[in-house]
Every structure is written in structure tokens, then in C-alpha cells.
Design a protein around this ligand. Structure first.
Ligand code: PLP
Length: 463
């Protein structure tokens, strides 16, 4: 079968790929991708797209990187697999050392996983096992934000601040306690962003008091938001205040940097933007192996991990933890970060991209807000910029934007979460390797995409 025949085949007697599990009501066509290089991807009809969001903010070093591919192939040739409980492997040791160096003091130990949800699970299991081993078995409560996203395993689904999951979780998994996320654009009446963030920190303190500090294991937060909040950046005072509250009440502070880590925000860890308020534990994934292989990590202090090692040790293991080929991919990605100066590039070209997005906002009344940091931006689409009015959900603004994006040569991750109550946005987070010329091309195509969406919505009487 040719690529084009596969792409246009709609019914399959067997298999069908991952998409066979998606709702048949899904209106956005999914191109069959055959090839990718740098920031570009090509489908089976030879159409070229810009990878606007790096998939779901994964492909940080861009596609087809020969250094990473060679490192993986060499590793697979020499040692394809070693089970971490039975043997050590050099790629694991070298990757852990480099990651700990880049993360800095307080993050000396690195537990490797096969992705973000597993990293989040391992972080919580590590803290839980440490609590039990050190005589605090009553610490069973987790606090997370509303909205938030931490993963898709059963336990991490219960941590997510996603109201639409309530019926799924009801009686099935123990939801974490929720406090409001420090949203900056859609703040409640009588709140500005700074005042609302103060209120959110107060809510954390009140929630800890309500649950009893002695029962609370950890507060988990995305320090810079991603897909669930549309890249919300909290005020510095908020980060310092939550650090203070957690320290005061003996609650671990965990930063979920699965999306915003790995230089996305212009520092290696987002936590490095607030060096006086570092978390206890950080989780990473996505950009860590940049899509070349499944890989996630938990960064934790030597003091905690070594204390636990002297008691029970951390008992939980997956067959693919510290897989040599994934570790070789991660190590090669970090070498590419050094060679290409990608963290500094995220800051410099991220600012350039941001200026371009702001110019688009002057042209397109559909843009209500642009937020983010480094090379991580969310653009919120509104029916009326003055009133911040939302488009109705049945107009499917995120999906319609994706469709117009595809027609204009862009693969865009656009989101409507929590039934639309927090708005509709799309993520502009191209690979950190993007050039100025490619940014100009991306912005021109985005402008055309927004104009097409506006024409369609004007025709439907929505604007
Ligand atoms: C902040 C955050 N945490 C956790 C996850 C889960 O990671 P994964 O999809 O690799 O399991 C994601 C994925 O989008 C994420 O954005």
C-alpha cells in the first residue's frame, strides 16, 4: 500500500494504528508522516509542515539529528539492554552524572523512567517510601493545582486538575486535594494576577491546615504551566511563598518539569529562575530524549535518596528503567544542547518569537493573550478581546484552528481543557534549533491560519 493509500484508508479489519482508539467524532485529519528533519515534517503526499509545538513540547532538538541517531545505533550495537536490578550500564551512569551536574546542588540523584507519567509516579512513590521508612506512614495526601496535568496513569490521572475526569475517577482512584492554580489571564472578579496568586498561595496553606500537615506528603506543581493552563508563568512571590509554606509545614515541594524543563524556558530547569526557592524533587521527560527514545527522570537530593537506601531502598522498578539505548539518546541530546547552546538559544530566539507573536496580536483580534517563557508560548483565542469572551465549545475553536493550520503547513497543538472553562489556546513551542528565517515562515503561516479561522467564524456569525 502506498503512503497515500494508508493515509486515506478509514476502516481497518486489523490494527489501524493508535488512532483506531480515538473518537470517530474527531474532526481534525491526522496526516501520515513519513519523514522529518529539523523543524519540518513531511506527509505521505509530500506536503511539508512546520512542527509548531514540537509535538506535545517534546522535540526540543528538532528531528533527524545525526549525532543522536549515531549514539543510539552505537549503543544498540554494543549493549542493547541491561536490567538495572541485575547489572549497571555506562550510559545510565554517564547520563545521571551529567543531569545532576546541570540540575545543581540538591538534585544529586537521578532515577530514570520511560516517560513523564512514570517519572511523576516514581517521584511520589519515592517520597511515600521515604515517609514510611522514616516513621511517617500517615503521610498519604497529595495536593495539586486546578487546572494541572501530571500524566495518564491511573494515579497521575487522579492528580490532574481536570474536572472532566471526575466520573472516570469516582470510586476508582483517590483524587489529590486541589488548590487553584495561579492563573494570570482569567482571574476571578476583583483580582489582578499578583493578588490572585497571593490568594492561591493562601489556599495552599489553608488546604494543608484542613488536611493536617502531618498527613500531607507533597504539593506538586508545574512551575511554568504547559498544556493544562496554557503556559501560565506565576509571579516570583508566589514561588517563594509556596516554598516557604511547604518548608514550614514539612511538606515536600515537587516541580513537574516534564514539559517546562530541559531549557524550554531559557534555563536548564524552570526552577533555576527562582534559585532562592528550589523544590525538593523535580520530574523531567519530553525534551530529555527529545522524542528519539522514551525517557523520563526524577531528580532528588542525595540526602533523601541515600537515607532511604540505608533503610529499605527504593523498591519499585520497571523493566525499561535506565534502558541503555534511551540513556544514550538522552546523553547525546545533552551533548547537542552544549554544542548548539540551546538553553541560551531558547531565551534569545524565544524572545524573538514572542515579539513576532505580539505583532500578530496587533493584526488578529482573535488573540486574547500570549503568555509563556523562553521558547514556550501559549496563544489564547477569544471571541472578544475586550471582554475575553470565549467561543462556544460547539464552534470547536481549537480543532478548527488545527485544521486551518494543517492547510497552511503547520502542525499545531491546540487545546480546550476542562470543558472549555479555562479558554481555548494553542502552544507555540517549536524545536529550540529553529532559525530566524524559520520563525518568520512560521509566523507568516500562523497569520494566514488565524485569518482563515476568522473568515470562517465571521461567516458563522461568531465574530
Ligand atoms: C506537565 C506534564 N506532566 C506530565 C506529563 C505526562 O508525560 P507523558 O505524556 O510523557 O507520560 C505531561 C505530558 O504532557 C506534562 O505536560
Amino acid at each position: 500500500m502506498t503512503g497515500s493509500e494508508i493515509a486515506h484508508k478509514t476502516s481497518h479489519t486489523a490494527g489501524g494504528g493508535q488512532t483506531a482508539f480515538y473518537a470517530t467524532s474527531n474532526i481534525v485529519p491526522l496526516p501520515l508522516l513519513e519523514k522529518a528533519s529539523g523543524v519540518h515534517m513531511w506527509d505521505s503526499d509530500g506536503r511539508r509542515y512546520i512542527d509548531v509545538s514540537s509535538g506535545p513540547v517534546v522535540s526540543n532538538i528538532g528531528h533527524g539529528n545525526a549525532h543522536v541517531i549515531d549514539a543510539m545505533a552505537n549503543q544498540a550495537r554494543n549493549l542493547d539492554y541491561a536490567f538495572a536490578r541485575l547489572a549497571r550500564n555506562r550510559a545510565n551512569i554517564e547520563l545521571s552524572e551529567r543531569l545532576a551536574e546541570l540540575a545543581g546542588a540538591g538534585f544529586e540523584r537521578v532515577s530514570l523512567t520511560s516517560g513523564g507519567s512514570e517519572a511523576m509516579e516514581n517521584a511520589i512513590k519515592l517520597l511515600r517510601q521515604h515517609a514510611i521508612a522514616t516513621g511517617k506512614p500517615q503521610k498519604t495526601k497529595l495536593i495539586t493545582c486546578q487546572p494541572s496535568y501530571h500524566g495518564a496513569t491511573i494515579a497521575t490521572l487522579a492528580m490532574n486538575g481536570e474536572v472532566m475526569m471526575a466520573p472516570f475517577l469516582d470510586g476508582f482512584a483517590e483524587p489529590s486535594a486541589k488548590v487553584p492554580a495561579p492563573l494570570a489571564y482569567r482571574t476571578p472578579p476583583n483580582h489582578d494576577a499578583a493578588g490572585y496568586a497571593r490568594h492561591c498561595a493562601d489556599c495552599l496553606e489553608a488546604k494543608i491546615a484542613e488536611l493536617g500537615a502531618e498527613n500531607v506528603l507533597a504539593f506538586v506543581i508545574e512551575p511554568v504551566g504547559g498544556l493544562s493552563t496554557g503556559c501560565v508563568v506565576p509571579p516570583t512571590e508566589y514561588i517563594h511563598r509556596i516554598r516557604e509554606i511547604c518548608t514550614q509545614h514539612g511538606v515536600h515541594l515537587v516541580f513537574d518539569e516534564i514539559l517546562c524543563g530541559m531549557g524550554r524556558t531559557g534555563k536548564f530547569l524552570a526552577a533555576h529562575h527562582w534559585p532562592g526557592a528550589l523544590p525538593d524533587v523535580v520530574t523531567m521527560a519530553k525534551g530529555l530524549a527529545s522524542g528519539y527514545s522514551p525517557l523520563g527522570a526524577v531528580l532528588a537530593p542525595a540526602q533523601l535518596v541515600d537515607e532511604l537506601a540505608g533503610l529499605t531502598g527504593f523498591e519499585f522498578q520497571y523493566s525499561y528503567n535506565a534502558n541503555p539505548v534511551s540513556c544514550a539518546a538522552g546523553l547525546a541530546v545533552l551533548k547537542e544542547y552544549d554544542r548548539l547552546g540551546l538553553v541560551a538559544r531558547a531565551e534569545e530566539l524565544g524572545a524573538h518569537l514572542r515579539e513576532g507573536l505580539e505583532r500578530l496580536m496587533e493584526k488578529s483580534p482573535l488573540i486574547g493573550d500570549i503568555r509563556g517563557m523562553g521558547m514556550l508560548h501559549a496563544v489564547e483565542i477569544v471571541a472578544d478581546r475586550q471582554t475575553k469572551a470565549l467561543f462556544p465549545n460547539d464552534a470547536q475553536p481549537a480543532d478548527r484552528l488545527r485544521i486551518h493550520g494543517l492547510e497552511n503547513g503547520l502542525i499545531i497543538y491546540a487545546r480546550t481543557t476542562s470543558g472549555g472553562r479555562y479558554g481555548h489556546w494553542f502552544i507555540v513551542s517549536p524545536p529550540l534549533t529553529i532559525t530566524r528565517d524559520e520563525i518568520a515562515d512560521l509566523l507568516a503561516r500562523l497569520n494566514a491560519t488565524l485569518m482563515d479561522l476568522r473568515t470562517e467564524f465571521a461567516g458563522a456569525g461568531l465574530v
